[in-house]
Design a protein around this ligand. Structure first.
Ligand SMILES: Cc1cc2nc3c(=O)[nH]c(=O)nc-3n(C[C@H](O)[C@H](O)[C@H](O)COP(=O)(O)OP(=O)(O)OC[C@H]3O[C@@H](n4cnc5c(N)ncnc54)[C@H](O)[C@@H]3O)c2cc1C
Length: 383
């Protein structure tokens, strides 16, 4: 580990690694401090839906072509349990090859690190950052490596630790929901379709992955705990009863795991010579598959800001305020959109149910509205 570099990135998850790659061919001297000792062991086990906009960024980073198992989302079906309203979005209507793509978190993470290994960027593993202090001309990270505490200074410290390690105060809204994740197969294969079904307990999503689906089933913590403990055949029957018959009966399920879901964010993401991005700055409900897409756009825009800065300006409040200003609409829009979906749909109030039904019908029928929603799913709030 070097004791000083221009930019220190704390956390080599997908967002931190993407930022490091975006800076790899610049004049800036970058090092990444990552807590994992073994980069082949991903920090999370989950499937990610990537927007078309994220694909474009990953292509620019020379990572996209190396991802082996990418499944296209060409059509999205949105429905509500107990009502007739539904909407369908199609890539062909947007003149795009796909509305989005499904990739495994582990594969994306290892693809980014494989690309980083071909650069000069130093990735220090088993480096646990304890805190980051911000001073007038620099930032200083306190790092523990093999039980020894050391310090690294930089013109700019970027906190991209997923929100687990940082001691920054967070605003949190608890949805009182957990998400159950698993891979399932069904009588009707995906053929590019993703399904989002809103129920009073919480949304259920089926994302196409190879010949089966990645399932994200949100419900109360008690219900998810019970679902985790069911024998496979009973679980598959319950899923069919809950999701409906759109893909026929469910045939198999992998091992299941679960997460609490909430909205959590840091109000003040910048300080002199320190900035927070990705999940470290904002954790969203997985309902709209926005979290990583938003974090990747943070990384991309920050890399542009760093490249455009003169060395003496790097990490200055002026530079960071410019970055923050540019990200405000996208961040607030993604948080608002996701939170609205959860609040509006996760209940059984009759007047809201009818309103939602009409909303889905309108989405299906009104072309500009459909295009508005599709573009936000593809390119984020600034789409
Ligand atoms: C159930 C679920 C489903 C999701 N589905 C989607 C989806 O479909 N689409 C989407 O876009 N997003 C989705 N997300 C969100 C997505 O997983 C996150 O937005 C994304 O992982 C954020 O990446 P990150 O690099 O900011 O953080 P992380 O992926 O958490 O990576 C943080 C990294 O920092 C390291 N680290 C932690 N602490 C320290 C420390 N103290 N010192 C050094 N290193 C440290 C960790 O080891 C890790 O490598 C989902 C999330 C959940 C929970």
């Amino acid at each position: 580990m070097r004791e000083h570099s221009d930019v220190v990135i704390i956390g080599g998850g997908p967002v931190g690694a993407a930022l490091a790659l975006a800076l790899a061919d610049s004049e800036t001297d970058v090092q990444v401090l990552e807590a994992r000792a073994d980069l082949d062991r991903p920090a999370h086990k989950r499937t990610l839906a990537l927007s078309y906009g994220s694909r474009l960024i990953l292509e620019r980073l020379n990572v996209w072509a190396a991802l082996r198992t990418v499944t296209e989302i060409r059509d999205i079906h949105i429905s509500q349990a107990g009502s007739l309203g539904m909407a369908r979005l199609h890539a062909a209507e947007e003149s795009l090859p796909a509305l989005g793509y499904v990739v495994d978190y582990a594969e994306l993470d290892s693809g980014l690190h494989a690309a980083l290994r071909r650069t000069e960027v130093a990735v220090v593993t088993a480096a646990h950052v304890k805190d980051v202090a911000s001073y007038a001309g620099y930032a200083r990270a306190r790092v523990e490596i093999a039980g020894v505490t050391r310090h690294v200074t930089s013109r700019l410290a970027v906190v991209a630790d997923g929100g687990t390690g940082s001691s920054m105060p967070r605003q949190t809204k608890d949805y009182a929901q957990h998400a159950l994740l698993a891979l399932v197969s069904a009588e009707v294969g995906p053929h590019g379709w993703a399904y989002e079904r809103f129920t009073a307990e919480g949304p259920v999503a089926l994302l196409p992955q190879d010949d089966g689906y990645a399932l994200v089933w949100t419900a109360t913590p008690e219900r998810v705990k019970a679902l985790l403990e069911l024998p496979d055949d009973v679980f598959l029957r319950d899923l069919h009863a809950h999701f409906g018959d759109r893909v026929g009966r469910f045939l198999s399920v992998s091992s299941r795991n679960s997460f609490p879901v909430n909205l959590s964010y840091v109000r003040e993401t910048i300080a002199p010579h320190r900035v927070i991005i990705g999940n470290a700055a904002h954790i969203l409900h997985p309902v709209a598959g926005q979290g990583f897409n938003l974090g990747l756009r943070d990384a991309w825009e920050l890399a542009a800001g760093i490249r455009d800065s003169r060395h003496e300006e790097l990490g200055s409040l002026r530079m960071l305020k410019n970055f923050q200003g540019g990200r405000r609409l996208d961040t607030a829009g993604s948080m608002f959109f996701t939170d609205l979906l959860v609040n509006l749909f996760s209940n059984d109030i009759p007047v809201l149910r009818h309103g939602r039904s009409l909303g889905l019908l309108a989405l299906q029928q009104i072309r500009p509205l459909k295009r508005f929603v599709a573009r936000r799913m593809i390119f984020g709030a600034q789409g």
